[in-house]
Design a protein around this ligand. Structure first.
Ligand code: TYM
Length: 332
């Protein structure tokens, strides 16, 4: 039986943080056995932030190393660089012909960027969802492991796929779904009390899989808290809920229950909660950091893995683009 196709990627704009890991990468690793997986490094997408050539190269290399350290297996999955697949760009062009300004301007992530960086509202940001759709549709993927913040982009991918199929009266593309093993898509909060952990949310917000134990401890001990609960069983304010969410992803259920109970009885000491969270976090992150260090120096095998991924991804992409060109009306 043919395995279902899975495709996803992460932008190389810095090291992988826990949001990337629990929203996306952990699912990549778990999906490798059951599905036909394509996982890429989204280096075209990272151009919207205008990286220097050195940063573009080094960050992409780091993401590859971090993918491998987290358990992606090049024998099981196709791991490749987005820019090694020019077919994606051709499909991006075709999809852009049927993507409308109004719908692109309404995308939440675009509106956020307009607010955050009014001096750099480039066309790449506007058409970010069509490039993402091209990444996914070039392999005809059915499932896309992503975090909650990507839900709307997946909806746009379905809109573009459906529009193309209807326009040419042919079911060229399946309609892909966002995927998480737990069912619900995940949103990992930041340490600064904000709703989301992110690379660009400021110093101290994110925990990276490259962070040294001392850095992890320092960031967690500085995490935002309030003055403590005043009523039994009261609802937790966001910054406290955030710490419990982080505790849930790295600590045992017993530990979570223990601190939850103390909170509900107004007996919690945030210092104790943070110490426990920091130790569990160090235990979670340190083995990954060690693997990163070991893989980092093996230049020859990194190159081999990229070459192998490029070839496999190319084979899949070429089939799709040939079909798409034919359906649109290009004849050799
Ligand atoms: P990027 O690099 O911003 O994020 C990569 C993945 O990490 C997830 N993520 C989170 N999940 C939960 N909680 C968080 N705080 C958190 N922060 C980030 C994101 O949801 C994402 O899954 N546009 C994509 C990259 C991309 C892509 C694609 C993904 C380009 N083309 C095609 C899937 C399919 C992105 O957001 O990258």
């Amino acid at each position: 039986m043919n395995k279902e196709i899975v495709c996803s990627g992460i932008r190389p704009t810095g090291n992988i943080h826990l949001g990337n890991y629990f929203g996306a990468l952990r699912n990549f690793v778990k999906m490798q056995d059951e599905y036909n997986c394509f996982f890429f490094i989204a280096d075209y997408h990272s151009l919207t932030t205008h990286p220097t050539p050195e940063n573009l190269y080094n960050n992409a290399r780091q993401i590859l190393v971090q993918y491998l350290a987290c358990g992606l297996d090049p024998e099981k999955s196709t791991i490749y660089l987005q820019s090694d697949l020019p077919e994606t760009i051709e499909l991006y062009l075709f999809l852009n012909m049927n993507a409308y300004l109004g719908e692109l301007e309404r995308v939440t992530s675009f509106k956020d960027k307009v607010r955050q960086q009014p001096n750099n509202v480039n066309a790449g940001l506007l058409t970010y969802p069509t490039l993402m759709a091209a990444d996914i549709l070039i392999h005809k993927a059915a499932k896309v492991p992503v975090g909650k913040d990507q839900e709307q982009h997946l909806e746009m991918t379905r809109t573009f796929a459906n529009r193309f199929n209807n326009m040419y009266k042919k079911e060229v593309f399946p309609l892909p779904q966002a995927f998480n093993f737990g069912g619900e898509l995940v949103k990992i909060p930041g340490l600064d009390g904000s709703g989301k952990m992110g690379k660009s949310e400021g110093e101290g917000n994110a925990l990276f899989i490259t962070d040294e134990p001392s850095v992890i401890r320092k960031k967690i001990m500085r995490a935002k808290t309030d003055s403590g609960p005043e009523q039994m069983n009261q609802t937790k304010p966001q910054e406290i809920e955030n710490l419990f969410t982080l505790l849930k992803v790295v600590s045992t259920p017993d530990t979570v229950e223990y601190f939850d109970d103390l909170y509900n009885r107004c007996q919690i000491r945030y210092g104790d909660l943070k110490k426990q969270l920091a130790e569990d976090m160090v235990n979670f992150i340190s083995p990954i950091t060690e693997r990163i260090n070991a893989i980092n120096s093996d230049e020859a095998s990194l190159k081999r893995i990229m070459d192998m991924g490029k070839e496999k991804a190319h084979e899949s992409a070429r089939r799709t683009i040939e079909e798409v060109r034919h359906v649109i009306g290009y004849r050799n």
